[in-house]
Design a protein. Structure first.
Length: 222
């Protein structure tokens, strides 16, 4: 699908799909995995996302644009988009990382997508990247703007608890349900020595976010 979205693959794109575990387990150079391209692609992503937000919300202040962008470029959104285009299936992983579920790890998938942006930008595909970000990532912006607490509940809960007694909420994974290839994580959040709320998700991060949102509602933080 990458060819359809961005154009012909090249050596840079193959590097963008190569996880550090593969180069490490095969005694290859670190220059042959996605880390450098991820570093560059992160800036490419922020540049085009900022440009699109600036034109889409001409009257929004800087603070609001920054708030929306912070969620748009988060691992949670990037991983969701990457899975939608099948990028998770194209990752090149070391055997150990593969065995440990690295193909489904949110951070791995998100980093690879950023690296892909870097690779295609260096290949002269700026227009294709901007179109992709507009079609696949910016579409979350309206919902983020209207329901920011849904996406940023952990930060909101932390600010709330620190404002009360300077303490932090603690998240505990209490159960993993379902088959190994499609787990559902169950998380509880504690504060002041008691369990405040429980949440579920396809990843620990998603479960924590859902748990935090429920806690925020219970505590009146949102």
């Amino acid at each position: 699908m990458l060819e359809t979205l961005f154009g012909e693959r090249n050596e840079l794109v193959e590097i963008a799909l190569t996880h550090p575990s593969y180069t490490k387990e095969n005694d290859l150079s670190d220059l042959e995995n996605y880390e450098r391209l991820e570093f560059f692609g992160d800036s490419v992503l922020k540049l085009f996302t900022s440009k699109l937000l600036y034109s889409t919300y001409p009257e929004a202040p800087e603070g609001e644009l920054s708030k929306i962008r912070s969620i748009l470029v988060s691992d949670a959104i990037l991983a969701q988009v990457a899975v939608k285009i099948g990028l998770d299936k194209e990752l090149i992983l070391g055997p150990a990382e593969e065995k440990q579920g690295g193909r489904k790890r949110e951070s791995n998938i998100a980093c690879a997508l950023e690296a892909v942006f870097g690779a295609y930008y260096l290949s002269g595909k700026e227009a294709e990247i901007e179109k992709f970000i507009k079609d696949y990532i910016l579409v979350f912006a309206e919902d983020i703007d209207k329901h920011f607490e849904k996406y940023n509940a952990k930060d909101i809960l932390q600010q709330y608890t620190q404002g009360i007694d300077k303490s932090l909420p603690v998240y505990n994974t209490v159960e993993v349900k379902g088959p190994a290839h499609k787990p559902v994580f169950v998380v509880e959040v504690e504060w002041q020595g008691r369990v405040i709320a429980r949440g579920e998700g396809k990843s620990k991060k998603e479960a924590q976010q859902n748990c935090a949102l429920e806690a925020c509602k219970i505590l009146g933080a949102v």
